[in-house]
Design a protein around this ligand. Structure first.
Ligand code: BGC
Length: 877
């Protein structure tokens, strides 16, 4: 008998340490158990601050995302929980360590802090809004972007407090209109960046809570804050149409609850006793445009009780507190620093630094320069003819400026981020400055890895990982570098399964889904094309297949990958409202109305008309209608809503019939004889039984005849490999993955890409940038093939929610020593295989090792042998 123990987690992985819910879900993992360990039950124990205890007996298998079994936590609670478990065979897993569970304010009811601003902040006046309304030229827009944002520096706020008695616990909660950073005695209270993040501000404004007990020693303390414009004040948009959606001053709302050792409690909130100033070193700040910093304007006002330049009592601003929610997603942090790998001569005597990796973040500079020296940092993802290729950035200047104050100094912009591999430094000689790149993104727990044994495929996979990191910055975006950077829904719809293997995105995407649902309600049930919405009326509110379908697909993926039933519950209204809205468009099941983005960026579409795909847009729309109705029906079954399930099953069947009627010929050919059309029909299960084989055969023929080159855009790319695989053409899928002919997944790799590109040919073979106005080098959508790689090459696929039962079926590319791992909510799954004689590099009999965590099972399906069911532990075949 082993010495098994449990490890207990409260809330979602990577979530803020202070809980966002009064009923956080519990997850425990049993370690060190005997093989085949399956949970029969568990004891969950709660310990309160006064020492009292409560115990709940939990019956059955569930051990991941288990509903909180005690009375709901109160605001500012602090308890401990621990779990022990017992297996069906009677093997006991000892209690975990006590896991502390703390809450801060849980919502508007506990929020007493007003929103305060500087009376000198005039940022509501925007010339650009008027210019755009009249129909602006690019030059007008550029001029106004600069002028409007010129007085957008950073508001600084301060309150001097006396801490007169020893502090037992202090929690600081904060949010604002803009990007908010809090300090105590001049030091940041947290390494979070970009708080409170971008949400549908009219409905949801998140706050963060951090424990600042250690910072509140007795004596005079300086509470300080910086509030930068950020998403709240940015002119967002594209195609020259830039809108500021939220109008008003940069504002802070913060409350500090101090529990003294003597049992008394004091709460300090933002009000008129705070001082506010718009003077300070950050003279300009914009996410698209960059930041300007004048070190000569630095002062000590946030660090000490010294005069505060430009300060006057803060003024209150109106703000609706009912929008306030505790942040449940992980914060943005700097997660890695990268050095320059190469210096190149740029135009006009400047120097171009190459970081060797297209990344998202900022530069940190260390320099010694004379006072008044102006250093500019311009960013770009690629070089074109030896120069920074900045045309694809469109209206985003992506430039930072630093004015030196003399003497040694260190600086990094704090309220902007850029997508870049290269940066040109001007205004200083290279020997006076040291530069590193800091990578930043929402700090998600990394869960999945894949080694293919093939260098180019490993690089492709690595590019997919970088695309995920760079585009998950408080919300899932299309791209991180040009103007735009919006929460495009089609992009995450196709990429969610891939992202969910690579990182634990449960808290991150479930938070975003609430913004999506809020925007959807505003659009009368139509899923938004991007969320949060901006005031652009370009397409709104047109129902568009594959984009609006994020409503049904993303919650389904989170349930399937993380066993998160709660997210289905929360999103069910959004899922069903979307399907009902499509039902209005397609009363007989055939959805053939309106503009559709459809198989966006099909490689055969003209560079400037990415929606002109070879696949009929209404074939795509009808397929997605069937898909979304089926997923909603499945969710209804899981949630025990039998009536809803029957309704959505019927809608799905109507759409399926319509698909067959309108687009399927008797021999299995489709009205659009394209890769995407067959992929949809096969993977979304829209065909009569006998037509899967002929449809698969036709798909395989199209792909093989096309030299294994890709013929899909956003819609077909994530599923074409699966369609080939399930119809018995895995070799063709492999051929597709292996070719580097344009268009293909490996073409960008052959061109030295370090991220996934927006277009199959963002960089043309002659080294020039694709002339399309929409050309990013960091878009994750086309990297969605990695989900198939994880399942079919890595051999790890979920058969039951949260990978409680795993399908282990490594197939494609079993010609090397390689493997995959996935840190599921149940624990670590590992599949490793070797088919090579290490010494001679020759093929040898396949050896596969599979490791499964306690309380899971797997179906092992290896080539040449019958599938078998196994329990937890390590198995070698
Ligand atoms: C974005 C895409 C998005 C598309 C839809 C583009 O500009 O970058 O990724 O899904 O627009 O129109």
């Amino acid at each position: 008998m082993s010495h098994a123990v449990t490890r207990t987690r409260v809330g979602r992985r990577g979530a803020p340490a202070i809980q966002s819910s009064s009923r956080p879900a519990l997850t425990w993992v049993v370690e060190g158990a005997d093989a085949g360990w399956l949970q029969a039950g568990a004891s969950i124990e709660l310990r309160r601050a006064d020492g009292s205890r409560e115990r709940v007996e939990h019956a059955g298998r569930d051990s991941a995302n288990v509903a909180w079994p005690f009375a709901p936590l109160a605001a500012y609670d602090a308890v401990d929980v621990r779990v022990s478990a017992v297996s069906e065979a009677g093997e006991y897993a000892a209690f975990s360590e006590w896991t502390p569970v703390a809450t801060g304010p849980l919502g508007a009811d506990e929020w007493t802090a007003p929103f305060i601003a500087s009376r000198d902040d005039r940022s509501e006046a925007c010339a650009l809004d008027a210019t755009v309304a009249r129909g602006a030229t690019a030059a007008d827009v550029r001029a106004d972007l600069a002028a409007d944002d010129a007085d957008r520096g950073v508001t600084r706020l301060r309150r001097i407090v006396d801490i007169e008695r020893p502090v037992a616990r202090a929690l600081l909660s904060y949010t604002g209109h803009g990007i908010v950073e809090l300090t105590i005695d001049g030091r940041e209270v947290s390494d979070d960046l970009f708080a409170p993040g971008w949400t549908a501000y009219a409905d949801r404004l998140l706050f963060r809570t951090v424990d600042v007990t250690a910072e509140l020693a007795e004596g005079t303390r300086i509470l300080g804050a910086r509030v930068a414009p950020g998403w709240y004040a940015e002119h967002f948009g594209f195609d020259g149409d830039f809108r500021r959606t939220w109008h008003g001053q940069r504002a802070l709302s913060a409350q500090l609850r101090v529990e003294f050792a003597d049992g008394t409690v004091d709460t300090i909130v933002t009000d008129e006793t705070w001082e506010a100033s718009i003077a300070g070193p950050v003279t300009f700040s914009s996410i698209y445009q960059g930041e300007r910093y004048d070190a000569r304007r630095e002062d000590e006002a946030l660090a000490a009780a010294v005069p505060f330049p430009g300060a006057a009592p803060a003024v209150r601003v109106a703000a609706d507190p009912t929008r306030l929610r505790p942040a449940e997603l992980p914060p943005v942090r700097v997660t890695e620093t990268r050095d320059v790998v190469q210096r190149l001569a740029g135009a006009d005597g400047g120097v171009i630094l190459d970081f060797g990796q297209n990344l998202v973040g900022r530069l940190r500079i260390r320099l010694a320069a004379e006072a008044g020296t102006v250093v500019t940092l311009r960013h770009a993802e690629v070089l074109e003819q030896g120069e920074l290729g900045r045309r694809p950035l469109r209206f985003a200047a992506a430039s930072d400026t630093y004015v030196a104050s003399g003497g040694p100094a260190e600086w990094a912009p704090r309220f902007t981020f850029h997508g870049f591999r290269y940066a040109q430094v001007d205004g200083i000689s290279v020997d006076q400055i040291e530069v590193v790149a800091e990578v930043l993104h929402t700090d998600l727990v990394r869960t999945g890895t894949l080694r293919t044994g093939v260098a180019d495929l490993d690089r492709l996979h690595e590019n997919v990982v970088w695309g995920t990191r760079g585009n998950f910055v408080t919300l899932p975006t299309d791209c991180p570098q040009r103007d735009e950077r919006l929460g495009w829904t089609g992009d995450i719809q196709v990429f969610a399964p891939t992202a969910s293997f690579l990182f634990d995105v449960d808290g991150f995407l479930s938070s975003w889904l609430e913004d999506f649902a809020a925007d959807q309600a505003r659009l009368g049930g139509v899923g938004p094309l991007y969320s949060p919405l901006i005031d652009q009326d370009l397409f709104a509110p047109t129902p568009m297949a594959a984009w609006s379908d994020a409503a049904t697909v993303v919650p389904t993926v989170l349930y399937e990958r993380f066993g998160d039933r709660d997210v289905l519950e929360r999103q069910f209204a959004s899922m069903s409202a979307w399907v009902e809205r499509v039902a209005q468009e397609a009363p007989n099941g055939h959805w053939h109305t309106g503009m559709q983005l459809a198989d966006w960026l099909d490689p055969s579409a003209p560079a400037d008309r990415p929606f002109e795909a070879q696949t009929d847009p209404y074939l795509v729309a009808t397929a997605y209608y069937a898909r979304s109705a089926a997923l909603t029906a499945r969710a209804a079954r899981i949630l025990d809503r039998a009536e809803d399930a029957a309704r959505f099953e019927a809608l799905a069947e109507t759409a399926r019939q319509a698909f067959q009627r309108e687009y399927v010929f008797a021999d299995g050919r489709l009205a659009s004889d394209s890769q995407t059309a067959y992929a949809l029909a096969i993977v979304f299960e829209l065909l009569p039984h006998e037509l899967y084989a002929p449809a698969g055969q036709r798909l395989a023929t199209i792909v093989a005849d096309g030299g294994h080159r890709i013929g899909t855009g956003f819609v077909g790319t994530p599923i074409v490999s699966d369609a080939l695989t399930v119809t018995g053409h895995r070799d063709v899928a492999q051929g597709m993955l292996r070719t580097a002919e344009l268009p293909s997944w490996l073409y960008p790799v052959s061109r030295g890409a370090t991220t996934v590109w927006e277009r199959w040919d963002s960089m043309l073979p002659d080294g020039t940038i694709n002339p399309g106005e929409m050309t990013s080098f960091n878009h994750y959508a086309l990297g969605a093939v990695a989900d198939w790689m994880h399942r079919d090459m890595g051999g790890i696929a979920p058969l039951e929610p949260g990978y409680r039962r795993v399908l282990v079926r490594p197939r494609a590319g079993l010609t090397a020593a390689a493997g995959a791992s996935y840190s599921s909510v149940y624990g670590e799954i590992r599949v490793a295989w070797s088919a090579l004689e290490p010494e001679r590099g020759e093929l040898s009999p396949l050896a596969v090792t599979v490791t499964l965590p306690a309380n899971t099972t797997a179906m092992i399906d290896l080539p040449g042998r019958e599938a078998l069911e196994v329990g937890s532990g390590t198995h070698t075949f």
